[in-house]
Design a protein around this ligand. Sequence first.
Ligand SMILES: NC(=O)c1ccc[n+]([C@@H]2O[C@H](COP(=O)([O-])OP(=O)(O)OC[C@H]3O[C@@H](n4cnc5c(N)ncnc54)[C@H](O)[C@@H]3O)[C@@H](O)[C@H]2O)c1
Length: 335
Amino acid sequence: MAINVTLIPGDGIGPEVVESAVLAIEAAGARLEWQRAAAGAGAVTTHGTPIPAETLESIRRNKLALKGPLATPIGEGFRSVNVALRKEFDLYANVRPARSFAGVDTRYSNIDLVVIRENTQGMYSGVEHFVDEERSAAESISIITRKGSERVVEYAFNFAKTRGRRKVTLVHKANILKATSGLFLEAGRSVAAKHPEIQFGEIIVDNCAMQLVKNPQQFDVLVTTNLFGDILSDLTSGLIGGLGLTAGANIGKDAAIFEAVHGTAPDIAGKGIANPTAVMLAGVQLLEHIGERTAADRLVTAIREAIASKEALTGDLGGSATTRMFTQSVLKRLK
Ligand SMILES: NC(=O)c1ccc[n+]([C@@H]2O[C@H](COP(=O)([O-])OP(=O)(O)OC[C@H]3O[C@@H](n4cnc5c(N)ncnc54)[C@H](O)[C@@H]3O)[C@@H](O)[C@H]2O)c1
């Protein structure tokens, strides 16, 4: 029986790369039934709201979604729909792997690490305002709970165990943010004590950023709070060749939403030249999540072989191929 998945094409390059991903996921042999739904800036025009009720209902019903990037106005306008979806469905763990690709020239060739970001709390709790009408000052409240910290660190250890990984490093800033980051660290240490078979490390976020650039191979699984994870996972994307190559799974107890790490790329939207790899890899994460192991393996192998062949690389990887040409290069490997 086919599994129902909510499909949100999104804004900017979203519809272009999501269409490619759907073709590749289907060619890999997965039996999925796509239920299209609107969200983001486009939905404001078509539905009068960035998150239509029927989109929330569709995700609630299916418990699974593949999502293109959504535009969020900078410094004004509606709040981030991504943040709202993560909160609505309590998608507390954001899993962002970064593994080197043969065929992509980067500083390092053997990176294989995963950033697991707490996805519902911290600086993205949404408690933020200007202190006066003149907007002369603003304040933001970072909320961290012991339960929220423990469950994401627990997720990181279980992830490490089930994927044969050896080490979890907790990234924090508890020297300065003694209460919030301090609580995350304290909770993380208590969870680590229950998993002695996995190595545990701690590192302050600024040093972590430097170490990731100088010696990324020392890391395996990184677990951290929302804002640090958001920034560090773009850094780890850059290490393997850029945002066109990195996917992220947003995992909760009852639902999961899979997406690219990248945004709507307004500079290249509508030109048909975006790299669809990140959303295709989000499709791989979705297939793994629902136990479609064979289709997931076939798809990731086809993507990696297409990139390694360099026959149709998109502009972000130094080539001149269109989204469609790269997609064809993946599809022919799935025949
Ligand atoms: N998950 C999401 O929906 C999500 C994530 C990040 C940003 N955003 C939104 O996206 C919008 C634009 O943000 P931004 O410009 O800071 O980041 P961005 O990720 O959209 O773009 C950053 C750079 O990477 C390039 N890039 C991104 N994806 C690419 C791809 N698939 N192929 C080739 N090149 C690619 C872009 O061309 C651009 O030069 C904002 O509204 C932001 O809020 C959404």
